[in-house]
Design a binder for this molecule. Structure first.
Ligand code: PMP
Ligand code: GLN
Length: 407
């Protein structure tokens, strides 16, 4: 294999998802909704397949109908007129556009600052580009039971930047903490990036899942920020169809054109049929936006309800859930349970052994947190596990029963 693959081992999702399958576990680990695809989305696929050209190759940088829909959807959210052809690229999921962004801008020896814990693919993509991630952890300040209290230490954050820094990677709503960065936090982060002339890759795949009275702020919509931001979204997460694998990045033409180069020689196009269906889904959603049928109202309300049920069940047995501001995930501190896995002598972290034990012995699949950290800061969330609230009623009810049986 090529040298750039030297740090690669078994993929985290492959490992924990196959363990869940092997033990026929109730899966509140991997972040994929397991509920039935709503009728309006099924209808969009039926309509798309009947259009002959929707079954052919399409424009490499993004299917024309989809980029036009995305421009119509996002222009008001960014308070600007987004040009569909030059300021948007679509790809095979957010995964592909993140890969394209890192490949397009990171040279060997360049650095990207990332807020830790962080979604794992950023590290793999940096390895493939020969760059280095510089991690700055969120640290609980005040009551650790609220995701919003996990914040950046400003001195530590600023110290992470140097003349080698090319990019900052942020995730809001955050995976795995569930934090939504406030406008004030994003203004601060933006000002540091501006000072160091750094591109911001803002992963906002969970943008539609906002709980309580929180607000999802797009860093690219803040004054003077559009020019340096790539904002990433996912139809999989927006419409709860992770298998569709349609993602996009929005940003200024000079940055987006570079991602378009990477995509056009890697995948060339994301599937036309599904781009057509996603375009139809946005169009439909806009037509019902102010009614009770609005999917973007139903989704956060449902996931918040699920999160509350999981949170209640964990609290009852003595675990300490960290209440999220939004997103698919909640982290849960298991330290009070007095579970001890030291005899297993696996050499892996407590949370990895704990997750495997819960999957094997109780048929409940979750995800460890240490896998979202580098070695240095892994201890910061040593006894936390991650659960996903984007699950069907049946899965949530069954998971809560299992959690209560752990007492
Ligand atoms: N970013 C984050 C933070 C994620 O959790 C995921 C997983 N869905 C992705 C990107 C990849 O999204 P997609 O499924 O659209 O490729
Ligand atoms: N993004 C999802 C998660 O964090 C799924 C990632 C994957 O399965 N590759 O669970």
């Amino acid at each position: 294999p090529a040298n750039r693959l030297k740090n690669f081992g078994v993929n985290l999702w492959a490992e924990f998802s196959s363990l869940a399958k092997e033990h026929k576990a109730t899966n509140i680990g991997q972040g994929f909704p397991d509920f039935v695809v709503p009728d309006f989305l099924q209808e969009e696929v039926r309509k798309a397949v009947a259009i002959p050209s929707a079954n052919w190759y399409t424009r490499a940088q993004g299917h024309p109908r989809l980029v036009k829909e995305l421009a119509a959807e996002f222009s008001p959210l960014f308070n600007r007129s987004i040009d569909p052809m030059s300021e948007i690229v679509t790809g095979v999921g957010a995964y592909e556009v993140i890969y394209a962004a890192i490949t397009a801008f990171i040279n060997e020896g360049d650095e990207a600052v990332v807020i830790e814990p962080h979604f794992d693919c950023y590290a793999g993509d940096m390895d493939l580009s020969g760059g280095k991630l510089v991690r700055v952890p969120l640290r609980p300040t005040g009551d650790a039971k609220y995701a919003k209290n996990w914040t950046l230490d400003r001195e530590e954050f600023e110290a992470a930047f140097s003349e080698r820094t090319k990019m900052l990677i942020t995730t809001t709503p955050h995976n795995p903490i569930g934090k939504i960065f406030t406008k004030e936090e994003l203004e601060y982060i933006g000002s540091v990036c501006k000072k160091h002339n750094v591109i911001i890759l803002s992963d906002e795949v969970y943008e539609r899942v906002v709980f309580d009275d929180n607000e999802h702020v797009r860093i690219a919509s803040l004054p003077g920020m559009w020019e340096r931001c790539l904002t990433v979204g996912s139809a999989g997460k927006t419409f709860s169809v992770t298998g569709w694998k349609i993602g996009w990045a929005l940003g200024p033409a000079n940055l987006i054109s570079q991602l378009q180069h990477v995509s056009s020689c890697s995948t060339f196009t994301a599937p036309t049929l599904l781009q057509e269906a996603v375009a139809g889904a946005f169009e439909y959603e806009r037509s019902v936006a102010h009614t009770d049928d609005a999917y973007f109202k139903w989704l956060p309300a449902k996931l918040q309800q699920n999160c509350q049920m999981l949170s209640d069940a964990f609290s009852e047995i003595g675990c300490v859930p960290v209440w999220p501001d939004g997103g698919y995930f909640m982290i849960v501190d298991t330290a009070n349970m007095g579970w001890d896995f030291s005899d297993l002598k696996t050499g892996r972290c407590y949370d990895v052994d704990c997750v495997k034990w819960l999957t094997r012995e109780f048929k409940l699949a979750t995800i460890p947190i240490s896998v979202f950290y580098g070695n240095k800061n892994r201890h910061l969330a040593a006894k936390y596990i991650r659960v996903c609230c984007a699950k069907s009623d049946e899965t949530i009810v069954r998971a809560c029963q299992i959690i209560r049986s752990l007492k």
